[in-house]
Design a protein around this ligand. Structure first.
Ligand code: HEC
Length: 156
């Protein structure tokens, strides 16, 4: 690339980044549909990936075994992380303070959840599952307390 072309790009890119309003996205899911159809299924994949079952013979640990199983966990973490962005778009945004902070918290937890799955460390995936759960219940406490009653989340 010529020096002048590089210079022109350096000017154009920041300008483009300043004009998000013109992006023609459309909201397909409202907040509830996003929760039920996108976020919750991904969270279930992540939460169910690592754990232990106790029976009469003792404690049995389980974790992803194959590259494909690890990839599924990682993909779920990507869905969770990027869903934080979806919650900050258009009419889904409830306010610019706590809502945005809690959406950002879900992105941050999702990014660390991706790293845990990339590293293929079952304990890290387990811990990040808990952190993801805190970001869910933190926002629900503030904006959807009715979802926190017992049995509101079907066991999956
Ligand atoms: C930024 C805020 C926010 C975050 C973060 C958030 N939620 Fe929600 N969630 C809501 C709101 C608001 C509702 C209620 C939507 C409605 O009823 O219109 C909701 C509703 C739900 C519901 C529907 C419950 C019901 O009984 O109708 C599920 C399931 C759900 N969320 C799962 C999750 C999971 C899993 C996470 C974390 C991975 C999460 N949510 C993170 C705001 C959030």
């Amino acid at each position: 690339m010529s020096r002048s072309a590089r210079f022109a790009l350096a000017i154009v890119l920041p300008l483009a980044a300043c004009a998000p309003e013109s992006t023609p996205f459309s909201e397909v899911a409202d907040v509830k549909q996003l929760m039920v159809s996108v976020i919750e299924p991904a969270a279930e994949v992540y939460w169910d990936a690592v754990g232990s079952i106790i029976d009469l013979e003792g404690v049995h640990e389980f974790a992803p075994q194959t590259p494909e199983e690890w990839e599924a966990v990682r993909n779920a973490a990507f869905v969770i992380a990027e869903s934080g962005n979806l919650l900050m778009m258009g009419s889904r945004v409830r306010d610019q303070e706590a809502w945005v902070a809690m959406s950002r918290a879900m992105i941050d937890a999702g990014e660390r959840a991706i790293a845990a799955a990339d590293a293929q460390i079952p304990e890290a995936v387990f811990d990040m599952g808990a952190e993801i759960y805190y970001t869910c219940s933190g926002c629900h406490t503030a904006y959807a307390p009715e979802t926190l009653r017992p049995n509101a989340f079907p066991e999956g």
